[in-house]
Ligand binder design. Structure first.
Ligand SMILES: NC(=O)C1=CN([C@@H]2O[C@H](COP(=O)(O)OP(=O)(O)OC[C@H]3O[C@@H](n4cnc5c(N)ncnc54)[C@H](OP(=O)(O)O)[C@@H]3O)[C@@H](O)[C@H]2O)[C@@H](O)CC1
Ligand SMILES: [K+]
Length: 578
């Protein structure tokens, strides 16, 4: 798994590296700038060629339209030289320092580069100041205003080095207007080559939220990049909230500080300690960082087909709702069976038995009238995982069954989804019965019902950086509930009460918008239940279930309906060598 860092964690690693004496801040800045330039040429190889010799396919060859509306200035229209043109926007911190390095390296590569600075050159931090001075020996720097930018902004590429991990407050005044332009130009169908250094300016690196007093503004005050080049490790904000929308694509460049991730305090000075708790992992497919495993590791031990009867592979029990409401629980049951539970039983109210019987074959069916019947059933110790909520019904029977599931003598690992979550929100005494082997799988609405104070913080405008994030919210919720919380979305965040946290992001190359289809959440609940039955721990079951869910959707492709998800698993398991 790839580790995601917060801005503070990245700063601590950088600080430890510098304090070790093995590298200077200036060297790190040079590596960062070089990383950006390398990423640019890898992303757009045609930019390494002279302008008129590059293929023009897809608008890749010639000059791109201005990101600001209106025609390019006359002198640019007359320009017929062969040089590539870049505009680099530098800010008042070290992100701006990286920008000056990028400008210099592009110029060394034969580009015509125009540099703008927002802020006072005298107040730049030391390394940024050195790179500013290096640049002004080569070419001038223009003070950044919207008006000044409008006059010259016509380029093959724009580099956004205004703010990185140091964004502390909303961008205001003239610069806000400029960022709105850079974040809202061109409609949806065309984005100029905008490269964000570390993080698109205006976006909080921790939360992926645009830092603004007005979150409902039609055009956000953050740049819209086609490529974001970050250093050492991706940051949480690249994968949650609006991050993926603003980043375009993420490339991670090694700047040689990895050994300092585990840095201990210097015994003499006591400094150089890297604070890396809590850790956040990315559950992803693609290889993002050298020497990290390309796949999220599905623990194959739990899938090994040991000889043995079906119950040796676990027995999942799924509680269903009333007549006409059984579809959701049947989907969950199918998911649990396909993911590998040896046996799956659906507990149905007597009146719905015939309906369920007509739809089930490999899944067993059991009459489940009330909590007394449940108590008797749970005397069967082979039942080792439960799922309650899909299609359950917001009624007394539902509430009594949730109480029965949570309050038994030997509470089983249990997934609580859908109606069970609403019932928990309505009855705090029930909520207090949650135990460490529970997994809650709320979407945003259910999350807000279950954890109203946390949701209020998350939904409040992000007016300071670092802003409260979905990662923070899920961690806090897991702690409060005392169990695993899987907060659904394209950026599914999973946390346990100890603070362990993962993000299963269905974004970038794992984007699967067709996964937002009726019944998809029921299948996810079933996957997790099946994995619990196979012996996975609660956190691992939630992580693996979420990962498989996205992978099934990607494998099937558009046109997917919830029924297709479990049926995709055998193919996926074959590919994984399970
Ligand atoms: N970590 C690493 O290993 C490496 C990091 N590197 C690079 O350093 C970057 C982090 O640099 P950084 O800490 O100087 O922060 P950065 O984002 O440049 O901004 C801080 C400045 O912006 C200002 N400011 C903030 N918000 C504002 C607002 N709304 N409107 C106006 N001003 C605002 C803020 O002002 P202040 O809050 O202090 O008043 C301060 O002046 C990082 O993203 C990466 O690119 C690489 O070089 C190499 C390795
Ligand atoms: K930036």
């Amino acid at each position: 798994m790839t580790e995601l860092l917060t801005a503070a964690q990245m700063r601590a690693i950088e600080q430890a590296a510098i304090e070790s004496g093995e590298v200077t801040g200036l060297e790190l800045m040079e590596r960062a700038g070089q990383g950006v330039v390398d990423a640019i040429f890898a992303e757009w190889p045609e930019l390494a060629m002279p302008k008129h010799s590059a293929p023009a396919a897809g608008g890749a060859g010639g000059s791109t339209p201005s990101p600001l509306r209106g025609s390019p200035p006359e002198y640019l229209e007359r320009d017929d030289n062969e040089m590539r043109r870049a505009v680099v926007l530098c800010g008042p911190g070290n992100n701006g320092g990286d920008g000056f390095v990028v400008a210099r390296l592009l110029r060394d590569a034969g580009w015509q580069v125009e540099v703008f600075l927002y802020g006072d050159a005298e107040k730049l931090p030391p390394d940024a100041k050195v790179n500013h001075e290096r640049w002004v020996k080569i070419a001038p720097v223009t003070a950044l205003t919207e008006q000044a930018f409008r006059k010259v902004a016509f380029a093959d590429m724009y580099v956004d080095a205004l703010f990185g991990t140091g964004l502390t407050r909303p961008v205001a005044g003239d610069l806000a207007g400029l960022l709105r332009h850079l974040g809202g130009y061109g409609g949806d169908d065309y984005r100029p080559r905008m490269v964000a250094v570390d993080v698109p300016s205006g976006l909080c690196a921790d939360s992926g939220r645009v830092v603004t007093p007005n979150p409902r503004a039609r055009v956000p005050t953050a740049t819209l990049a086609r490529l974001t080049v970050t250093f050492d490790s991706p940051k949480c904000g690249h994968f949650v909230g609006d991050g993926p929308h603003h980043c375009g694509r993420i490339v991670v460049k090694d700047i040689g500080v990895r050994q300092f991730r585990e840095h201990k305090p210097n015994p003499h000075t006591g400094r150089g300690h890297v604070v890396r708790f809590p850790r956040t992992s990315l559950i992803g497919k693609r290889r993002m960082v050298p020497d990290e495993r390309p796949f999220f590791s599905v623990d194959i031990r739990y899938f090994t087909k040991n000889q043995g009867h079906k119950y040796a592979h676990g027995h999942a029990f799924i509680l269903s709702g009333g007549v006409g409401k059984g579809g959701a629980a049947r989907l969950a049951a199918r998911g649990a069976l396909r993911v590998g539970a040896g046996a799956v039983t659906l507990g149905s109210p007597p009146a719905a038995l015939i309906e369920n019987a007509a739809q089930l074959n490999a899944i067993m069916l059991q009459s489940l009238k009330d909590p007394d019947a449940l108590r008797v059933l749970l005397q069967d110790t082979r039942i080792n995982a439960l799922c309650i909520g899909p299609g359950l019904g917001l009624n007394d029977r539902g509430a009594a069954l949730v109480a029965g599931v949570l309050g038994g003598e030997e509470p089983r690992p249990t997934v609580l989804d859908a109606d069970a979550l609403t019932l928990l929100a309505q009855d705090r005494a029930l909520f207090d019965e949650l135990h460490a082997n529970c997994v809650l799988t709320p979407h945003a609405g259910e999350f807000a019902r279950l954890f109203p104070e946390i949701a209020e913080k998350l939904n409040a405008p992000a007016t300071t950086g670092p802003a409260y994030s979905k990662v923070d919210a899920t961690r806090e919720a897991a702690k409060r509930a005392g169990c695993v919380v899987l907060f659904k979305g394209p950026d599914t965040v999973i946390a346990d009460p100890s603070g362990r946290c993962s993000i299963n992001a269905s974004v970038y190359e794992r984007s699967a918008p067709w996964l937002a289809t009726a019944g998809s959440g029921d299948v996810l609940a079933g996957f997790i239940t099946g994995l619990l039955a196979r012996g996975f721990g609660a956190m691992q079951a939630a992580e693996t279930g979420a990962w498989l869910h996205t992978e099934c959707a990607l494998s099937f492709g558009p046109g997917l309906i919830a029924e297709d998800l479990p049926e995709e698993l055998p193919k996926l398991f074959r590919e994984l060598g399970i």
